[in-house]
Design a protein around this ligand. Structure first.
Ligand code: CTP
Ligand code: MG
Length: 244
C-alpha cells in the first residue's frame, strides 16, 4: 500500500484579492519567507509525497523554481503556469504530473502552515480505504443561510457541517475523471476538488483537519500565521525561520 506513487498539485496561482497585496498572495512573506516556500517545505518533509507540481501565476515560474530549490530538500518538482480559476490551475497541475501517479493530493499554497503529517495522513487514508478524502473541522460559529437582501432563510444544524481544508487526496484516476467531467459540463469554478468527485456521485470521506491548515485569506490571517511560526520557534517542524 505504502508503495503507491503519491504526487501533489500545489496551487499557488491566485491573485489574492482579499489579501490586497501587490504581490500574488502566495509570494507574500510570513516569517521572512513566501507562503509558497512554507508549503513546499512541509511537502518536502512529508514522507509519502514523491513529486510536486507547483502551479504559479504566469511570470513567476523562475522565482518558484528558486523557492523549490531552497525549500525542497532535494524534492522532485515541476513548475507550471496557472489558469483563471483555482479549478483550472488544478487541472493544469494534474496535466504536468508524471505518468504512473496512483494517488494525488491537491493543496492550497495559501494553507502554508499545514503540517507534513497531515499530507501523510490524507495520502494514507486514500491508499488504505477511500477514493476521495478531505480534512475538515467542526464549525464553531452558528451559520445562517440568507437571501440577497440579508434576510435569514435558515439556520442549518451545525453538528452536521464541516469546514473543509486541504490537502485533499484522491485516487488519481478518480480525480482525473472528475475534472474531465467538469470541463465537459462547462464548470470551471468549483470551490474545491472534492465537490467535483461528489458530482460524479462518488463518496468523499472527511478526516480530522488541523487548525494549522487554515487558509491565509485576509490580512488578519497573516497575523495568525506569524504567531504560529513564533510558537514553533527554534524547534520548528517546517524549518521556517526569520531572516536576521
Ligand atoms: N489559486 C490558483 N489559481 C487561481 C485561483 C486560486 O492556483 N486562478 C490558488 C491560490 O493561489 C490559493 C488557492 O488556490 O493557494 C486557494 O484560493 P484562494 O485562497 O481563493 O486564493 P486567491 O484566489 O489567490 O485569493 P482571492 O480569492 O482573495 O483572490
Ligand atoms: Mg480565490
Amino acid at each position: 500500500v505504502s508503495s503507491s506513487a503519491v504526487a501533489c498539485v500545489l496551487v499557488a496561482a491566485g491573485r489574492g484579492e482579499r489579501l490586497g497585496d501587490e504581490l500574488p498572495k502566495t509570494f507574500v512573506e510570513v516569517g521572512g519567507r513566501p507562503l509558497v516556500w512554507h508549503a513546499l517545505r512541509a511537502l518536502a518533509r512529508s514522507t509519502r509525497v514523491a513529486v510536486v507540481a507547483v502551479v504559479v501565476p504566469a511570470g513567476y515560474e523562475d522565482k518558484a523554481g528558486e523557492l523549490v530549490r531552497d525549500a525542497g530538500e532535494g524534492m522532485s518538482a515541476v513548475v507550471v503556469a496557472g489558469g483563471a480559476t483555482r479549478q483550472e490551475s488544478v487541472a493544469l497541475g494534474l496535466a504536468a504530473l508524471p505518468v504512473g501517479t496512483d494517488i494525488v493530493l491537491v493543496h492550497d499554497a495559501a494553507r502554508c502552515l499545514a503540517p507534513p503529517d497531515l499530507f501523510d495522513a490524507v495520502a494514507a487514508d486514500v491508499a488504505d480505504q477511500h477514493d476521495a478524502v478531505t480534512p475538515g473541522l467542526a464549525v464553531v460559529d452558528t451559520l445562517k443561510q440568507v437571501d440577497g437582501s440579508g434576510r435569514v432563510i435558515a439556520t442549518p444544524d451545525r453538528s452536521a457541517l464541516r469546514a473543509v481544508q486541504t490537502p485533499q487526496g484522491f485516487r488519481h484516476d478518480v480525480l482525473a475523471r472528475a475534472h474531465a467531467a467538469a470541463a465537459e459540463r462547462g464548470d470551471h469554478d468549483a470551490p474545491d476538488d472534492a465537490s467535483l468527485v461528489e458530482r460524479l456521485g462518488l463518496p468523499v470521506h472527511v478526516v480530522d483537519g488541523r487548525p494549522e491548515a487554515f487558509k491565509i485569506t485576509r490580512p488578519h490571517d497573516l497575523v495568525l500565521a506569524e504567531a504560529v511560526l513564533a510558537r514553533r520557534g527554534s524547534d520548528n517542524p517546517t524549518g521556517a525561520r526569520r531572516r536576521s
